[in-house]
Design a binder for this molecule. Structure first.
Ligand SMILES: [Zn+2]
Length: 177
């Protein structure tokens, strides 16, 4: 779900209109322009002897196609967050999922959610876990893996690099197969 936004999308920084834009192609160009090489799996490497520029050509700086103001990340950082059609569809699918799984054995898996806007994901997850005795709450977080005492019995809190934790979980699942 993308309740909190998506680093893969840009929006007008004002915003003058409610639309988001896929930024993968431009971000790739920015990365390459800085001197990185992109491997097939997406890993960034620095070719031998290459010096990183740490800047991008100004023509790659994104501007709004409507009002020409700079674009910004589609993130819920402040009240300029754009909730476009894609966001509303994802939001409706999420609400629908919750309705269909009320009272069922459900896992609320939270990955890397900080305390900037906990009312969007973290607090609802805690509340829904508290309200459903069959629910389980799992929290993967670099240095803030915790839960309220009230739901501790049905919670799994794992501190550490979420990417690394997920890689190891997948390895363990493979061993069980
Ligand atoms: Zn604009």
């Amino acid at each position: 779900m993308n309740q909190q936004g998506d680093y893969g999308l840009w929006q007008c920084s004002k915003p003058c209109h409610y639309k988001t834009y896929d930024n993968e192609e431009t971000v790739r160009k920015m990365v390459l322009a800085q001197g990185f090489a992109i491997a097939e799996d997406g890993t960034l490497t620095v070719p031998e002897g290459a010096a990183l520029k740490m800047t991008v050509p100004s023509e790659l700086v994104p501007h709004c196609p409507v009002c020409s103001e700079p674009m910004s990340m589609n993130l819920r950082a402040d009240d300029t967050f754009v909730e476009d059609e894609g966001w509303h569809m994802a939001s409706a699918a999420y609400a629908d999922f919750l309705r269909r799984h009320e009272g069922l054995h459900v896992l609320f898996l939270e990955i890397g959610v900080g305390m900037n806007t906990p009312v969007i994901i973290k607090y609802p997850f805690w509340q829904m876990t508290a309200g459903n005795p069959r629910a389980v709450y799992a929290c993967l977080n670099y240095d803030d893996a915790y839960c309220p005492a009230q739901i501790a019995e049905r919670s799994i809190c794992i501190g550490g690099d979420s990417g690394e934790v997920i890689r190891r979980l997948l390895q363990d699942i493979k061993k069980l197969e």
